[in-house]
Write a protein that binds this ligand. Structure first.
Ligand SMILES: Cc1ncc(COP(=O)(O)O)c(C=O)c1O
Length: 370
């Protein structure tokens, strides 16, 4: 990263202190570094869908290509209507974003300012931290319990300076999960003048037994925003489409500060098609369940501790994760070290295809050898 210390501009302290989001290493970058074909690289670093996208989404995307010379529909009418029907919520309860990360950021912009704070659990998603940083507000981080959210401690930490509560369920990078009943009790006890953003990026992967109706909570609680994404189970990470659901006044506030044209027409068309492809979604969920089982068995065989995950990734304790990661990269395998989350012994590994998982496990075995 270029050093910004040389800038002679007068900059706000929180901007000078801010750190960029650290994404998974791109396939092409590693291919160039180690001099191999990009097809030879296995990337399990960004919790993408190993099945890719549904055929219906692919066809809609191709068909929409010719529209790229025009600006997209700023209101995203087609996708808003499709989501409204699918989720059975009014159209004016929806906030579309350039990925759900965009909606997380809108909430920070809307509610935070220097002197106030956002509250979230230890090991929370990096994008929460980045969004708070950009506003100059403080961070109130509540110690995790067994790598997940300690909801009682979070409730106890809310005070008159709390302007936003972020909670991801399932959580990233740990894959932790709070059962619906406990989460509902928590949201019900947060004061109504404190907004809660419930990030459900991995919602579609939840097994039936874990499902809960967070949209019913949105109907009850005017301070709740639920966010979801097309990046994970729908396999459209590269198109950048996510959304928030909140009661009309809150949604209107977020839409008021949303940048123009956040979703391209190509992304919108693909998302509309993906939304109706229930069969693809079911296949993605099943493949993920099988993939997680494959990872648990593989890590057991290697004798490595791991956390059971409700997402499409697993967190494995490998020891010196930075060193193991370097050895994996040399073998053409990209996973995600999570030292930045305060977990220097762990690697987060996305569930890939069966073959990708086999290759990654073999590379891990070799990387762990003395
Ligand atoms: C917990 C969580 N929330 C939100 C996102 C953002 O997804 P997107 O911006 O692609 O919708 C991710 C992506 O990894 C995530 O793990």
């Amino acid at each position: 990263m270029t050093d910004t210390n040389d800038l002679t501009l007068r900059l706000p302290a929180h901007i000078l202190e801010s750190r960029p989001y650290q994404p998974g290493k791109p396939i092409d970058a590693l291919a160039r570094e180690i001099g191999v074909d990009p097809d030879a690289i296995v990337k399990l670093a960004s919790n993408e869908n190993p099945l890719g996208m549904s055929e219906a989404a692919r066809a809609a995307l191709a068909q929409a290509a010719h529209g790229a010379a025009r600006y997209p529909d700023n209101d995203c009418h087609a996708l808003v209507q499709a989501l409204s029907r699918k989720l059975d919520v009014p159209a004016n309860w929806l906030v579309l974003g350039n990925g759900s990360e965009c909606v997380l950021g809108l909430a920070a912009t809307a509610f935070l300012e220097p002197g106030r704070h956002a509250l979230y659990a230890q090991y929370s998603f990096q994008a929460f931290i980045n969004a708070v940083q950009r506003t100059g507000a403080q961070h109130k981080v509540v110690a995790a319990r067994e790598h997940g959210c300690d909801l009682d401690a979070m409730l106890g930490a809310i005070d008159s300076d709390t302007s936003l509560v972020y909670i991801a369920n399932p959580g990233n990078p740990t894959g932790s999960f709070v059962p619906g009943a406990a989460l509902e009790r928590f949201i019900a006890r947060v004061p109504r003048d404190v907004p809660v953003l419930l990030d459900e990026a991995y919602y579609e992967y939840l097994p039936d037994a874990d499902h809960y109706d967070s949209l019913a909570w949105v109907r009850r609680f005017p301070n709740l925003i639920v966010t979801r994404t097309f990046s994970k189970a729908y396999g459209l990470a590269g198109l950048r489409v996510g959304y928030g659901i909140a009661q009309a006044p809150l949604a209107a506030l977020l839409n008021r500060i949303r940048p123009a044209f956040v979703v391209t027409e190509q992304a919108e068309r693909a998302a509309v098609a993906a939304l109706d492809d229930e069969a693809f979604l079911a296949r993605s969920r099943m493949a993920n369940e099988r993939g997680l089982a494959q990872w648990y068995a593989g890590l057991d065989a290697l004798g490595l501790p791991y956390l059971r995950s409700r997402g499409n990734f697993v967190l494995a304790q490998v020891g010196d994760a930075a060193a193991i990661n370097t050895r994996l990269l040399r073998q053409g395998v990209i996973v995600r070290p999570v030292g930045v989350y305060g977990l220097p012994q762990w690697l987060r590994i996305s569930v890939g295809t069966e073959e990708e998982n086999v290759r990654c496990l073999a590379a891990l075995k070799s990387a762990m050898e003395p």
